[in-house]
Structures are given as C-alpha cells and as structure tokens.
Design a protein around this ligand. Structure first.
Ligand code: NDP
Length: 327
C-alpha cells in the first residue's frame, strides 16, 4: 500500500486529496520507483486543479517530475537500488506522476540521477530548472557569450526564472530580472541578478515595434504582451528563448524585430526533449549551479500542502522551487 495525492472529477469540478492505494492500481510500465521527492511546477498547478486540458482520465495522480530509487525493473537499463530522475514525457498529465510514494513508468522516461546531486537537489532543480538550462544551452548555441550585455529573465521569482537567474550568473552574464514582486528584489540579487526590472516597465502592449537595443539574450517564462515587448528591445541578432506562458499565450507582435534586427525566437520544449540533450543539461547543472543558491530557492512541502500550493502557483504566488517530500 502507498500514499498518493489523487484528483477525482465530480461533474465539472475536481477535488484533490490523499488516498492510500494498492500497487495493483499503478499504471503499466517497466520500472517501479519508490519516489522520494517531487516538485511543484506551473503545469502541476493546472493538473491538481481543473486540469487545463492536460489530464485525460480521472482519478489522476499529478506530479510532472520526481526523483527516487528503483524498486523493481523489467528493463536492463535499471536495477533495484538505482537512483533515478524523471521529468516530462507527459508524466503527471496523461500518465500518473510523482505525487505518490510509488510510480510506475517506462524505462525510456528515466535518467540516472546526475552525479553530484541528491534526489532532493535534483527536484529542487526539477522540470523548471532543467528547462532553464535547456534555454541557456540554446542561447549559447546561437552565440550568446558573457560580455555582450545584460540577459533578461522574465517571471524571475518563479521556478524557471529563479534557476535561470542563477545559471546565467554562474555562466558570467549580467542578469536583468523582471518581477512583479518588488519584495523579491533581494532574493533575486542573492541569486545573481545585477538589475531588477519592475514588471510594469515592460508589461505594456507594444506601441513601437522597435525600441532601444538593450538585451543580449532573454529567457522568457511569461509570454504574451511581455514577450512581444521584449522582442523589440533585443540587440541586433540576439535570441529569445520562449519557455512559458505565465502571462498569456497570445503573442501580439509584428515581424519587424525579425526583419530589421535579425532577432531569433527559440522555442524550448522540455517534455519530449531527447534524452541525450537532457543528459548534457543535467551535467551542466550539476557542474555549474551553485548548490547553496539552489538551497536558497527551496520551499519545502508535503503531499498535504499541494492543493493549496497548486492554487498559489497559478496565481503567480510561489517564489522559487517548491520541493515535495513524498515519503
Ligand atoms: P512559476 O509560477 O513558478 O513562475 C512564473 C512567474 O511568472 C511568477 O512567479 C511571476 O514572477 C511571473 N508571472 C506570473 N503571472 C504573471 C503575469 N500575469 N504577468 C507577468 N508575469 C507573471 O512557474 P514556472 O516557473 O514553473 O513556469 C513558468 C512558465 O514556464 C509556465 O508558463 C510553465 O508552463 C512554463 N514551462 C514550460 C516548460 C517548457 O518545456 N517549455 C517547462 C517548465 C515550465 P514574478 O512575480 O517575479 O513576476
């Protein structure tokens, strides 16, 4: 028997609560993992609540990422006792996820725990942090180097934003952090931000398609009008990694920044990203991310806390990375 946070559907409503269940209820898969830690990402907020179109079947166990120890395995890639990490592959959305003491998944979705990280640290990074690293790798592939000017991070106090600030600073960049929460300025400076940009300075809809060339790169967790505005503020030939939509899915822009400034808009997909690239990203995280800064981002939580925290992340109320101790 094991404990899980289960979302039940009741008409148009959903309700999340802790249930004790038998292993026979676990979905198909070739590896069973004793989950130690999971996390809370924006998508988890959707899946704990009304689903946002992500969850197909109820009852459902959310949790889009987890780390733990292999308990049993029909795959020759993993054996009992191996430490593993999982992010993406629509686990926690269409497949039961990490908000349970046990998870059963496909071996192809698992990676060995990166050297140098504990299961708790891996989940402090989680999907949000891995995605921030994937974004930085793409910006570097496009030629971003320290010394070219400030790199902007939008939604900076959130999960993706916090790790992005710390990773960019560790790579030697000047980091400008956009936040709607001025109280988080010291937190963001501790992570490595050199400048704080108030959200209202950059949130208004585009009035002129091109503004002063300001940013050498951008990791954008917000989308919407803010992303449109940022495109017109990039330096010539610079790139924006589009990661999220915390501020909206529409992109009310023109093609002018692309045509007159050669701006690149790079899409970041952490869900189906090939394992080879994930491996590169995790190694870079393990070698570059200052673990004391990672510690400073962590908000500890339990399965019981998740319904309330799920609402909070959808309202932009979570700071840093919520790490869920599942045991
Ligand atoms: P968080 O809620 O932790 O962070 C989002 C941050 O955005 C908030 O903390 C807040 O930061 C800011 N924000 C919230 N609402 C608004 C708004 N209306 N306008 C402007 N800024 C706002 O979420 P995550 O960091 O987990 O995820 C961020 C986004 O990235 C989500 O849309 C998520 O779905 C997406 N994502 C995409 C992935 C991919 O593979 N492409 C993987 C992981 C996440 P502040 O208060 O500092 O302004």
């Amino acid at each position: 028997m094991f404990r899980a946070l289960v979302v039940e559907k009741d008409g148009d409503d959903t309700h999340a609560g802790i249930q004790v269940m038998d292993e026979s209820r676990l979905p198909d898969g070739d590896v069973t993992v004793a989950v130690e830690y999971s996390t809370l990402n924006y998508k988890d907020g959707l899946c704990i609540g009304p689903g946002g179109g992500l969850v197909r079947n109820y009852p459902h166990v959310p949790g889009i990422d987890f780390a733990g120890t292999v308990e049993s395995s029909d795959s020759d890639r993993f054996k009992p006792g191996d430490k593993v990490v999982l992010t993406g592959w629509r686990v926690g959305e269409v497949h039961w996820g990490g908000y349970a003491e046990k998870a059963r998944v496909k071996a192809d979705w698992l990676l060995p725990l990166p050297d140098g990280l504990t299961t708790r640290q891996a989940m402090a990074v989680g999907t949000a942090g891995l995605t921030a690293m994937l974004a930085l790798l793409r910006l570097e592939d496009q030629g971003l180097q320290p010394g070219q000017g400030p790199v902007l991070v939008t939604g900076a106090s959130g999960g993706v934003g916090s790790v992005a600030v710390a990773l960019l600073a560790a790579a030697g960049h000047e980091v400008a952090a956009v936040t709607g929460r001025p109280d988080n300025a010291d937190y963001l400076k501790d992570l490595g931000a050199t400048t704080i940009v108030p959200r209202e300075d950059i949130a208004e809809t585009v009035k002129r398609p091109l503004e002063s060339e300001t940013w050498a790169g951008c990791i954008d967790a917000v989308g919407g009008a803010m992303l449109a505005r940022v495109l017109g503020q990039m330096k010539h030939g610079a790139s924006v990694a589009a990661v999220g939509l915390a501020g909206g899915a529409n992109l009310p822009t023109t093609v002018v920044p692309f045509l007159l400034r050669g701006i690149n808009l790079l899409g970041i997909d952490s869900v189906t990203c090939p394992n080879e690239i994930r491996g590169v990203a995790w190694s870079r995280i393990a070698s570059d991310l200052d673990l004391s800064k990672l510690d400073g981002m962590v908000v500890p939580a339990t399965l019981e806390d998740l319904p309330e925290l799920g609402n909070s992340i959808l309202e932009g109320g979570v700071k840093g990375r919520v790490v869920v101790d599942v045991t």
